[in-house]
Design a protein around this ligand. Structure first.
Ligand SMILES: [Zn+2]
Length: 171
C-alpha cells in the first residue's frame, strides 16, 4: 500500500503496525481523515509519557533480574536479587535509564545497604571486573555509550524492552 507522505498516520505507521506493539491493531490508513482527526486517532492508542516511563522502568527491572536469573550478581553472594542497579546513574545519564546494559541485579546489601554495596564501595567496579561478573570491555563500551549521549525515545525504548523480555522469557 502506498502511504501518503505528509500523513501523520503514515509517519507513525511502522510503530503502530509493529506486531510487538499490543496497543495498535488494524489502523485504517487513509487520507480521508484531516490531520487533526489523525492525531486524535493516534492519541487514543498512545500511552502517555508517564505511563511509558512506568512501563519502561518495570520492563528494565524485569529484564535485569531475568538476565541474572534472579540472583544477586555480586561475587559469591547467594542472596536473591531485589534491587536493580543503574551502573551509570539515572541523574547523570537519563538516556541510559532504561538501557538493559546499564543494569546489575543486586541484593539490598550489595546495592545501597552495605559498605560493599555499589553506591558505597569505591572498589566496586574493580571487584566486579576481577571476579568476571562483567568485563573491562563491557564497562568501556558502556562509557562510550554514556559519553555519546542521545535523546531518549520512550516509545522505541518500550518496544525494544518488550521484545527483549519476550526473548529472555522464551529462552
Ligand atoms: Zn548480594
Amino acid at each position: 500500500m502506498e502511504l501518503p507522505k505528509k500523513c501523520i498516520i503514515a509517519k507513525n505507521y511502522w510503530r503502530f503496525t509493529n506486531p510487538l506493539n499490543p496497543y495498535i491493531m488494524n489502523m485504517p490508513l487513509t487520507m480521508d481523515y484531516t490531520k487533526k482527526q489523525q492525531s486524535r486517532y493516534i492519541k487514543q492508542f498512545q500511552k502517555n509519557k508517564e505511563e511509558l516511563k512506568t512501563d519502561c522502568h518495570k520492563l528494565w527491572r524485569e529484564i535485569c533480574f531475568l538476565k541474572a536469573k534472579g540472583k544477586c550478581e555480586y561475587p559469591k553472594c547467594y542472596n536473591p536479587a531485589t534491587q536493580p542497579h543503574h551502573i551509570k546513574t539515572k541523574g547523570g545519564y537519563p538516556y541510559l535509564k532504561y538501557d538493559p546494559e546499564n543494569s546489575m541485579a543486586l541484593c539490598y546489601y550489595h546495592h545501597d545497604g552495605g559498605r560493599y554495596g555499589a553506591h558505597h564501595d569505591i572498589n566496586f567496579k574493580e571487584i566486579i571486573i576481577k571476579n568476571g561478573v562483567r568485563t573491562k570491555e563491557f564497562f568501556d563500551k558502556l562509557e562510550r555509550k554514556a559519553d555519546k549521549g542521545y535523546k531518549l525515545d520512550l516509545e522505541l525504548e518500550f518496544l525494544y524492552l518488550t521484545k527483549l523480555k519476550q526473548e529472555l522469557t522464551n529462552k
